[in-house]
Design a protein around this ligand. Structure first.
Ligand code: PEP
Length: 251
């Protein structure tokens, strides 16, 4: 059966001391955590290796916020999948809306990054979601369909089963505006039905689909209670152990 997951995307936040402190807090929290979900973090890449060291022996997964689509070479500023593999990181976010918005990332890039990670035995957390304009124009189902098809539908059934999908409506990220649990559920069900139509229901039922967009301690439980929502990708509220742990306890 598919996993419940709460993943924290730290984005470009926290200095070294703050990052160490939050990792230490997460470590002691996770040692006593009884909730029924996996915990992942995606700290800024400068801290990825430290996270692996500090969280060694814990069950917390450590992810990169991005990965190059290329194996190695003259790609200044990039991090390769092999580098992540070599420090035993668990995987990477792919195509987060801020990568799409500020770095021109598309679903074709995402497709190559997802494949690269899977080939290395790493887990991609593939992000998609519509903009406010697209939602207002009633295009959200179509947009998410196109994104999912381009980014993921060249994969085999065995490969796609290993992908985690994060539906993150752009208008809800960092805005304080949350999709209602019903709005999120209908898109999650839509994504799962697209996967079922292409790969079969068994495959679709194995894929964890997370919701992201202003998830907070007071709305997590209701969001996670929906049948096709298997957890959350959390931005702002992942930066404080009190908020993040309450979200985890939404399971
Ligand atoms: C995110 O960065 O993926 C996100 C969902 O951010 P926030 O929770 O702050 O909206």
């Amino acid at each position: 059966m598919r996993k419940n997951i709460v993943a924290g995307n730290w984005k470009m936040n926290l200095d070294l001391t703050e990052a160490q402190q939050l990792m230490t807090q997460l470590l002691s929290y996770s040692n006593n955590n009884k909730s029924n979900c996996e915990i992942y973090i995606a700290p800024p890449s400068i801290y990825t290796m430290m996270a692996k060291d500090l969280l060694d022996g814990s069950s917390i997964g450590v992810f990169s916020q991005d990965v190059s689509e290329f194996e190695s070479g003259a790609y200044t500023g990039e991090i390769s999948g092999k580098m992540l593999q070599s420090i035993s990181a668990n995987g990477s976010l792919v195509a987060h809306s801020e990568r799409r918005q500020y770095h021109g990332e598309t679903d074709s890039h995402a497709n190559r990054k997802v494949k690269m990670l899977l080939d290395l035995g790493l887990t991609p957390i593939y992000c998609n979601g519509e903009t406010l304009e697209q939602r207002k124009a009633g295009q959200h189902f179509e947009v998410v369909k196109n994104q999912t098809e381009v980014a993921l539908f060249t994969l085999s059934a065995e490969e796609i089963k290993k992908v985690v999908i994060a539906y993150e409506p752009v208008w809800a990220i960092g805005t304080g505006e949350t999709a209602s649990p019903e709005q999120a559920q209908e898109i999650h069900a839509h994504i799962r039905s697209l996967i079922a139509a292409k790969y079969g229901q068994d495959v679709a039922d194995e894929i964890s689909i997370l919701y992201g967009g202003s998830v907070k301690p007071d709305n997590a439980k209701e969001i996670f209670s929906k049948p096709d929502i298997d957890g959350g990708l959390i931005g702002g509220a992942a930066l404080k152990i009190g908020d993040f742990s309450k979200i985890i306890e939404g399971f």
